[in-house]
Design a protein. Structure first.
Length: 138
């Protein structure tokens, strides 16, 4: 008997193979983690490793490294706290550099896979403007 987990895994493998047969590179989902501590303050090393585009406070921090996020949770748990770890899909537009989260990250990933030059397609109407501003043009 085939389990749901096996069917999902086979579906992902079939999708990757189909994309490769069309000459496209499958995009791997990327994640960021929001760690909220209850007992300890967010240490300085966590703020140093925080995602620069997202605001971090004394109560929570956004980390791109899963192991650091789990280490921070473990440290809070050892002190008697109940930390909250939230995983969110993220993707940065290759063209303009904007960080996309959650549903927009999924759309960006699908756009990256949509054509052989999908990673060079703009992520939205403001993408071209940001791209030109970053390159020093108006």
């Amino acid at each position: 008997m085939t389990t749901w987990k096996q069917l999902e895994r086979q579906g992902r493998a079939d999708r990757r193979n189909r994309l490769r047969s069309l000459g496209r590179t499958p995009a791997r989902p990327m994640w960021i983690y929001r760690v909220t501590t209850t007992v300890i303050a967010i240490p300085a090393w966590a703020h140093d490793q925080a995602v620069a585009d997202l605001k971090s406070t004394a109560d929570y921090v956004w980390l791109a490294n899963r192991y650091l996020a789990e280490l921070l949770c473990q440290t809070d748990r050892e002190q008697g706290g109940t930390p909250d770890l939230l995983r969110i899909e993220s993707r940065r537009c290759k063209r303009c550099g904007m960080l996309r989260l959650n549903v927009l990250a999924g759309h960006r990933r699908n756009l990256d896979e949509s054509a052989f030059d999908g990673r060079d397609l703009p992520c939205g109407p403001e993408c071209t403007t940001r791209h030109h501003q970053a390159r020093g043009r108006s």
